[in-house]
Design a protein around this ligand. Structure first.
Ligand SMILES: NC(=O)c1ccc[n+]([C@@H]2O[C@H](COP(=O)([O-])OP(=O)(O)OC[C@H]3O[C@@H](n4cnc5c(N)ncnc54)[C@H](O)[C@@H]3O)[C@@H](O)[C@H]2O)c1
Length: 243
């Protein structure tokens, strides 16, 4: 497939680029330069001309764009980048006749509920409930994705990770050092493999998938369904239980 990977310079995007490129023709899209990639388009997801140009000739889209964590409060652009940015990608995909879309969401869509083990995180847990502006932006992204499936027949898979790290360097996406694991910890390469499995799954209408990599994470969320539907399993696991 010819795949547009949005957010390709990020913590998840950069390793997704490597994995996707093993089997697909990938165009990387990001507002920042994408190191080591010779098929990258620099652009702003809020600029519809940039997005339309990148969408040309693609068969599928994988979205990993996220605004920096410090930009969600007050008048920061974070909320708009996440929500309007996701809309711009979905709408441009529709206009270009692209049916396949994989979106990176977050366990944040359920943070308005009491945390596990009081709440079991699953595809069926509705309505989505956010706590805070970042979480709300992720809820709205999922609602947009569902809308494009229901109204325009797009095939959309949504991946819901929790605490993503680079376990080789022990850093998070803000560059801060990670000193320990908790039940939601997952390595970025396992999020990337879930995105690739979701892209290649054949019978997706609209579905959301929790991905976890700890014993606690398996107690907190319906990861069994992800394994069964996508044939995905984490390769890197961390020994952390529910608190
Ligand atoms: N990092 C986590 O712990 C975590 C947890 C759960 C879910 N997620 C989700 O995973 C996905 C990937 O997160 P990440 O950790 O790789 O984030 P990241 O910040 O490392 O990467 C996001 C990328 O988006 C790009 N971007 C930002 N604004 C843009 C714009 N206006 N136009 C084009 N590109 C733009 C950035 O340059 C960056 O390369 C996001 O959807 C995020 O919500 C992350």
């Amino acid at each position: 497939m010819r795949v547009l990977l949005a957010g390709a310079a990020g913590l998840v995007g950069r390793v997704t680029l490597d994995l996707l490129s093993e089997r697909h023709e990938v165009t990387a899209f990001d507002i920042r330069a994408v190191q080591g990639c010779n098929n990258a388009t620099k652009g702003d997801v809020l600029d519809c001309a940039d997005v339309a140009a990148a969408m040309e000739g693609q068969d599928a889209v994988v979205n990993t764009i996220m605004a920096p964590e410090t930009t969600y409060g007050r008048n920061g652009p974070g909320f708009t980048i996440n929500v309007s940015g996701a809309y711009n990608l979905l709408e441009a995909a529709r206009v270009h006749g692209i049916k396949r879309f994989v979106h990176t969401s977050s366990g944040a869509v359920h943070t308005g509920y009491p945390p596990p083990p009081e709440t079991f995180l699953s595809y069926d847990l509705y309505p989505l409930k956010a706590s805070g502006p970042y979480a709300l932006s992720k809820v709205l992204q999922e609602e947009l994705a569902r809308y494009f499936h229901e109204q325009h027949g797009m095939s959309i898979a949504v991946i819901r990770p929790w605490g993503i790290i680079d376990s080789e360097r022990m850093v998070a996406n803000n560059g801060k050092t990670v000193t320990g694991y908790y039940w939601g910890t997952i390595d970025r390469r396992d999020v990337a493999s879930a995105l690739v499995c979701a892209l290649e799954a054949e019978d997706i209408g609209y579905e959301c998938f929790y991905v976890m990599a700890t014993p606690g994470g398996y107690k907190a969320a319906d990861v069994a369904r992800t394994e069964e539907r996508l044939g995905w399993k984490p390769r890197i696991t961390f020994d952390a239980d529910l608190e």
